[in-house]
Design a protein around this ligand. Structure first.
Ligand code: UDP
Length: 318
């Protein structure tokens, strides 16, 4: 039986990945310190004999005695609100945490997959963004704690690939949404859905002309699974996201329609360094992984809205 270690196992993406790898016949070691992860996300997994959970902060030295085939480093606050709340933990998990995860991968000769982000492109100067674009990041701005830490993680991953010939792969993940996002994580999808369901105004930052392209979690997990299990991808980098681009003000109306909400819209200041446009060029993932998103925005949003209704409208909104 193959073994995968997944950091950030109780997170939104991490918990879906743990489930997928177990379904595919892997034994999964899941690590999380619950800084932004949620114990409820792994409650069912804890009963699975092919899942072993360790409550652990990967910024500390990382060791497991068993052999490992794969290490997926997915621990990190990922919502702007979270990484502004935990700036130093964010920088630690994507520097010390990445170093420790890479060190363990080297020891075990395991394949290493880094969860990177479209934020490495910053406020992009070219559109859509291909993997070859170097980005436009403010190195000392408030978002730099995330952007630069992920850029450092990428550089460190490539150093292990070049110096130690480790089999590494980097996923640059664009905006992803779906069940298990935290209702109060501050990102636009949970904010708008919860506001619409409660009849509160939808909070648009700036004039709402900025764009994002939203990928449903199951599509993303399929992409990460392919990237992790495909042979001969050593040292490669892939954008994973849905190129279906929307202005945030249009996105607000999509949410209002799908929730049948009569909420109003309110306008608020744009956070500093908020990227103006974002859309992945996924030519590489299409060509090499044979992957592209399949779930339309309305279908994915309806599933997500249903999940928020069932989990969060009864009073508990973590
Ligand atoms: N946004 C918004 N209202 C909200 C939350 C976010 O208008 O209540 C905007 C935000 O300024 C950004 C976009 O929606 O332009 C996506 O923000 P999110 O925090 O989801 O993720 P980002 O793509 O910025 O990492």
């Amino acid at each position: 039986m193959k073994r995968a270690l997944i950091t950030g196992a109780a997170g939104f993406i991490g918990s879906h990945l743990c489930e997928r790898f177990i379904q595919e016949g892997y034994f999964v070691f899941g690590l999380d310190n619950f800084l932004t992860g949620n114990p409820a996300n792994i409650a069912l997994l804890l009963e699975n004999p092919n899942f072993h959970f360790m409550e652990y902060n990967v910024t500390n030295y990382l060791f497991v005695s068993q052999e490992l085939d794969l290490i997926l480093h997915f621990a990190c606050p990922a919502s702007p609100v979270d990484y502004l709340k935990y700036p130093i933990q964010t920088m630690k998990v994507d520097s010390l945490g990445t170093l420790h995860a890479l060190g363990l991968a080297k020891l075990k000769r395991a394949r290493f997959i880094l969860a990177s982000t479209s934020e490495v492109y910053g406020d992009p100067g070219i559109h859509p963004q291909p993997e070859s674009y170097w980005g436009n990041v403010n190195p000392i701005g408030v978002r730099s704690v995330y952007d630069e830490a992920k850029r450092f993680s990428e550089a460190l991953t490539m150093a292990y690939f070049r110096e130690h010939h480790l089999d590494t792969r980097i996923a640059r993940i664009f905006n992803t949404y779906g069940p298990r996002m935290r209702a109060k994580d501050g990102r636009v999808v949970p904010n708008f859905i919860m506001q619409a369901l409660k009849g509160e105004p939808l909070t648009i930052y700036g004039d709402g002309s900025q764009t994002r392209s939203f990928c449903f979690i199951h599509d993303l997990v399929e992409g990460i699974f392919r990237l992790s299990t495909h042979e001969e991808l050593n040292g490669q980098i892939f954008n994973l996201g849905n190129p279906d681009e929307h202005e945030i003000r249009d996105f607000a109306h999509i949410i209002l329609n799908l929730t049948h909400s009569s909420s109003s819209i309110s306008f608020h200041p744009l956070p500093p360094d908020d990227p103006k446009r974002r859309k992945p060029d996924i030519t590489l993932a299409k060509t090499i992984l044979g992957w592209e998103p399949k779930i339309s925005l309305p279908d994915g949003l309806l599933q997500t809205i249903g999940w928020f209704q069932s989990k969060n409208m009864g009073g508990s909104t973590s």
